[in-house]
Each structure stands twice: as C-alpha cells, then as structure tokens.
Design a protein around this ligand. Sequence first.
Ligand SMILES: [Fe+2]
Ligand SMILES: [Fe+2]
Length: 288
Amino acid sequence: MTEGAKPQAHGNGRPRTRRKDDRARQGIVRVAAVGDFHCGEEDTGRYRDAFARVNDEADVLLLAGDLTRRGTPAEFRVVAYELAEVRIPILTVLGNHDHESHQVEAGLAILRERGVHILDGEPFELNEQVGFAGVKGFMGGFGRWTLTAFGEAETKAFVGTTLEEVQRLEFALRRLATPVRVVLLHYAPICDTVKGEPEQIFPFLGNDRLVEPIDRFKAAAVFHGHAHHGTFRGTTPGGVPVFNVSHVLLREQKMGEMYFLYDIPLPHPEAVVEEETHAPPATVGTAG
Ligand SMILES: [Fe+2]
Ligand SMILES: [Fe+2]
C-alpha cells in the first residue's frame, strides 16, 4: 500500500451494492472474502445463490482455504458448482482440510477449470494498482513461544515447512508490481485473531513468522481462516489489518452471510470521494 492510503471497511449503513463503476470512480476496490465453508458432497447447491450475489457486491472474491471437508475430487467438484455463477475473479489458497485426501493436484485442476486462480505462491494483479499474494501458511505458534528448529529432524522439518511458506509469501509479494498488495492465507499470521479458540491449540492455528513479509511490504490487509471460533479482527505489529474470515465466525459475528466485504482505497490522488467525505470513520461492515 502506498504511503497515506489507509485501508478501510465500508461503513455500516452505506449502500452495499454500490455499482462497480461507482467504486472505480471513488477510488476503491471491494474485496469479498471467506474461508472454511467446508463443502461436502451433500452440500451441492447450498451456497450457489449466495456466491452469485458477489457479482454485484465486490470486484474480487478471496477464498481462504478449507473449501472442502476432506479434499476429495468429488468435494472440489461441489466447490466448482457452488462458484459456477461467479463472474468476478476468484482467488484462493488451500487449507489443511483440502490436503486431507492427498489429492491436491486433482482438486486444483478442478478449480482451475472453473477459472479459479490458485494464489499458492503465484501472485495475481487485479489491475495496475491492486495485487494479491497468498500461501496456505502453516502452524507453529506465536511470539516467544513459537516452535524453533531445535532437536529432532522431525521438529526441524516441521519448522522448515513454516519457513518455506514465509519465503514463498515473500517472493509472491516481491513479484507484485502494484502499489497496493493484499495477502490471503489459511493459517493465522497473528495471535489476536485466533483468540476465542482453546489456548492449548493456538500453536496449531498459525504462526507469526508470516508477519515479517506482510509488514515489510506494507500490505493493505490480510485475510485468513482456519480458526473457526477465533476473533474477527486484529492488527500486525506494523499496523496491517488482519481479518479472520472463517465462514462460521462471519455468521456468528454478523460480518457476512456468505462473505465479508472490505474496501481497499486506491492511491489515486485525483480519486473522487463524494459521499465518503461525509461518511463516519471507517468501521467494519456487514455483507453477503
Ligand atoms: Fe476450517
Ligand atoms: Fe483449517
């Protein structure tokens, strides 16, 4: 994000279905984000109408992993069916559930056939100003209690997996030429958005080594899932807003029926802001 361009959510009470042309004129890109809807074969059709509404409400749809229950090709086909009517770009990372059946390549092929962009280290530029970088991330814990690569080879391999994810995120962020960068993860990059889950499992919900590239590249926002009963919003040490967009959490906290909407301001010096001039300070809005 460029200096001075603060990310903000669209405010409560403002129109939810502002047209795409209006958003462009006002210098914003609206992101819709959700993770952890865990499609099973019996869920066919369950989310299709809700996802179809995103065409009018946002410019890009972010899926924060755990799209399926066990990661079978049949479940990925359900996901593709649920997304069939979405016409805006769809970007995704996978979650741990999507890896469960060890059929990731088959699953990714189904998503790609639907036109979903897999953000797993491959960045995506929506336009000349806003780009997206994402990886699944991994676990390991937070702060001074983060697991370190000491002792058994297995422990070193475990920590090494996290470090590889951090490096892949860094490379993806570096490859983006856009001034505004948005990050998508499955695992949490900060502890604050997993709070609400049992403290004993915090180390399995994320790892704050992921924060370093996020803060260094001054991301505009981070969206993640995995901690279904965590906290909706947090902030990195560098001030980047972090949103836990697990589907269960969004619904419980009334942040969105299917997805959370978030406005990313573009660094247009000449951006027309009209109604925004009189709008109250940025607050988190409800959506979908
Ligand atoms: Fe999940
Ligand atoms: Fe998960």
